[in-house]
Design a protein around this ligand. Structure first.
Ligand SMILES: CSCCC(=O)C(=O)COP(=O)(O)O
Ligand SMILES: [Mg+2]
Length: 317
């Protein structure tokens, strides 16, 4: 369910509503005559222009039926650069040593089993790296096995694959980096204030990322904004299904206990937006510095926001 007509903002506007609490007193329709009353959901979900504190701004009105905001992480709450330049290199630089140190541990063995199973499923793919069965004959075999896992992980990462197996190992590896204070997760500056306001307005806020739930909790627990885990009502990862499959969004709604049309999903990836929309979820595509570009058709088709502050919750006025 996309908000029609949500193209890029007219260049004459600065699409910035820094503080939704500023809006109610002075809110007025300024540009498109959409006919919605202040404090009521607009019949169509087009961008609307409002006056707040004497400034004209373009915002997207969230449909009244929405009670849950579902957030992607990479490219939506968090810069892609943080993931690509900090989190992923940490894995590549440390995976061999991590495997050597943790090999005997139950958790590590489960991660290896999952990676091996994934490698079997991937065996038909170009360049796929197999992981042999568990070694029985001493240290040399073990080193060969560890190298095969390292090569498999690096191959998957070179393709930015979102397999549960890869994401599970990554989440376990990041634990040490976050808890020791070596890494703090970055969030775009509009994220935390907006999420606080949505929650004050009665919205539930959930995360749906390809990153494992454990990794998600590390990001929210150890961020440059401090521990903001309490701002999240729940987490979903690829264990519920892949983000480009509609069924995943039905399962998420079912798990939350709401209808799919009660959910607004914010993501930077149009394939994910399309899958969610097919399940009758409301979607908006988030345009952030460093994100992949969108085609003209995508810009026209999807409602776009460049900041969470551009979402207007009419019911909360
Ligand atoms: C949340 S963990 C770090 C990011 C990550 O590994 C990832 O794959 C993010 O994908 P997203 O679905 O949040 O775009
Ligand atoms: Mg993303």
């Amino acid at each position: 369910m996309t908000w029609r007509g949500g193209g890029l903002f007219p260049s004459c506007f600065t699409p910035h509503v820094a503080d939704r609490s500023e809006v109610p007193a002075e809110l007025s329709e300024a540009q498109d005559g959409a006919g919605g009353a202040v404090g009521a959901a607009l019949p169509s979900s087009r961008p609307i222009s409002v006056i707040a504190s004497g400034r004209e701004m373009v915002v997207l009105s969230v449909p009244a039926e929405v009670t849950v905001i579902l957030l992607d992480i990479e490219g939506t709450t968090t810069p892609i650069a943080f993931v690509k330049d900090i989190l992923f290199p940490y894995i590549k630089e440390n995976v061999k040593e991590y495997l050597q140190t943790h090999w005997e541990e139950e958790e590590c063995q489960q991660d290896i089993s999952l990676l091996r199973k994934q490698a079997e499923e991937d065996s038909h793919l170009d360049g796929a790296v197999p992981i042999p069965a568990a070694p029985e004959n001493g240290a040399d075999d073990l080193q060969l096995m560890i190298q095969a896992v390292v090569d498999n992980v690096c191959w998957q990462m070179s393709l930015d694959r979102k397999t549960t197996a890869l994401k599970q190992l990554q989440g376990h590896m990041w634990r040490a980096a976050f808890t020791a204070g070596h890494v703090k997760a970055e969030f775009f500056e509009d994220v935390v204030p907006a999420v606080r306001k949505w929650r004050e307005a009665g919205m539930k806020v959930y995360i749906y990322s390809s990153g494992s739930v454990e990794a998600q909790k590390l990001l929210f627990g150890y961020s440059t904004e401090g521990d903001i885990l309490e701002l999240v009502d729940g987490h979903f990862d690829t264990k519920i299904g892949h983000k480009v499959e509609s069924e995943s969004y039905r399962k998420i709604a079912n798990s939350i206990g709401c209808s799919t049309n009660n959910i607004l999903f914010l993501t930077d990836v149009t394939l994910e937006a399309s899958a969610a929309e097919e399940a009758d979820v409301h979607v908006a595509v988030v345009v952030r510095p460093g994100n992949a570009g969108l085609t003209d058709d995508e810009k026209t088709y999807y409602s776009l926001i460049t900041s969470f502050s551009e979402l207007y919750l009419p019911s909360s006025t």
